[in-house]
Design a protein around this ligand. Structure first.
Ligand code: RNT
Ligand code: ZN
Length: 401
């Protein structure tokens, strides 16, 4: 090894030869927050104090010890994970994670989340939010906002309206807009006769939910589609086309979960198209293994592809990046840290890319050079840039304990 240069200095020189400024890349990386999903910490159970099963066609498997039993434990565990993640972060809450023991979901208020807001303020974190329309007796039929019973619909509409106000209260208190993502599992296990009426009901319910205007400086509405859930394999009311149409028509943000499409679809490829029609997008970064299995995010080609699309097209301010997976078979704190670090590594890789050179080759129809550049880039010393970044942030760059 060279005695006068640090590994970072050597890496910087090699990237500079490709026209890439590593210091600028790290400054850009520091402007991209990752939203850490609280539900990885307790297998999506929440603190309502009822021991109901997780429903909605999602599943966390494994019995690794250390599941957070209350909000204090969850916050303490998130702090330990955040200490391993370099760069800015937000924390993403579901409605069942407030001080809500014994509080019905159509009764929740900002005060039930005061401890989270105080904590976020103290730690310099933004908050994001999600209504919870699963794991509840009123969701037992597999339908909520699309339920034929108007009383059940009204209950969930009220829940969502309250959630929007809670989300806006986060934005107001912290000065960072809260992205509120609405996902529902509504669907049928077997082949439906009427695919239209539930979608009409959902459309009308959403119109009620979003009727109250809220300041976008504090609150952003996002809608998440899905292909299918366990026990809801044949039909999902809130499909991709449904929300793509609804969100575009109403000027809301579209949420793309990387596990919610056919396994061979590229989520990265969707971003450029969606960016032309949506001001804001939300990503739920997950890892589907053969299905929407919500495995911990690893640094694979799909992940880097998503990061490249965000960086290449300057979308990092319009696309919020959140994680969405839940693995109960390994240490839950490490699961958070590994997934979030991988997301940041993917963004760094994208920021270090010689994009101008790639475009130049492509525009000149020199596809040979484009391929060579892409492949040679994979063996550039980006790990030394990552190590330098972690060191600057006081976070370990090496193996996590
Ligand atoms: C489910 C969706 C949804 C949930 C969370 C808990 O398939 O991905 O985003 O994972 O809301
Ligand atoms: Zn999701």
């Amino acid at each position: 090894m060279c005695m006068t240069h640090t590994p970072y200095e050597l890496a910087r020189a090699r990237y500079a030869a490709l026209g890439v400024d590593t210091d600028a890349a790290l400054r850009a990386l520091d402007k991209i927050p990752i939203s850490l999903h609280c539900w990885q910490g307790d297998d999506v159970r929440g603190f309502e104090g009822v021991s109901g099963e997780l429903s909605g066609g999602i599943q966390s498997t494994g019995s690794y010890p250390g599941r957070a039993a209350n909000a204090d434990e969850l916050r303490a565990n998130m702090e330990r994970a955040l200490a391993l993640i370099p760069g800015p972060a937000k924390v993403n809450l579901h409605a069942i994670y407030g001080e809500v023991a014994g509080v019905e979901r159509d009764q929740i208020e900002p005060r039930h989340f005061a401890a989270w807001v105080d904590w976020a303020k103290e730690k310099g974190l933004g908050l994001d939010f999600n209504p919870t329309l699963f794991s509840h007796p009123k969701a037992a039929d597999g339908l909520t906002l699309a339920h034929p019973d108007p009383e059940i619909r009204a209950f969930w509409i009220e829940h969502c309206k309250r959630c929007r106000r809670i989300s806006a209260s986060f934005g107001q208190a912290l000065g960072i807009p809260s992205v509120m993502n609405l996902w529902i599992a509504d669907g049928f296990k077997d082949i439906p006769a009427d695919r239209l009426t539930p979608r009409k009901r959902l459309k009308d319910a959403l119109d009620e939910i979003f009727a109250e205007p809220l300041d976008p400086a504090y609150h952003i509405d996002a809608l998440e589609s899905k292909l299918f859930g366990i026990g809801l394999e044949s039909y999902t009311v809130g499909s991709h086309e449904f929300y793509m149409g609804y969100a575009a028509a109403r000027g809301l943000a579209l949420c793309l979960d990387t596990g919610h499409f056919h396994p061979t679809e590229s989520i990265a490829d969707k971003l450029s198209a969606a960016s032309l029609f949506f001001n804001r997008l939300l990503l739920h970064v997950s890892r589907p293994v053969r299905w929407d299995s919500d495995h911990v995010v690893v640094l694979n080609e799909e992940l880097v592809g998503v990061a490249q699309e965000l960086v290449r097209h300057g979308l990092t301010e319009r696309v919020s990046v959140g994680l969405d997976y839940f693995d109960g078979s390994i240490d839950r704190i490490t699961a958070w840290a590994v997934g979030a670090r991988n997301m940041r590594k993917a963004l760094l890789l994208a920021l270090l890319e010689p994009y101008e050179a790639l475009k130049k080759a492509e525009y000149a129809f020199d596809f040979t050079r484009r391929l060579v550049l892409l492949e040679e880039f994979k063996s550039m010393p980006w790990g030394d840039v990552w190590g330098h970044y972690c060191h600057k942030k006081g976070v370990t760059a090496g193996l996590l304990g």
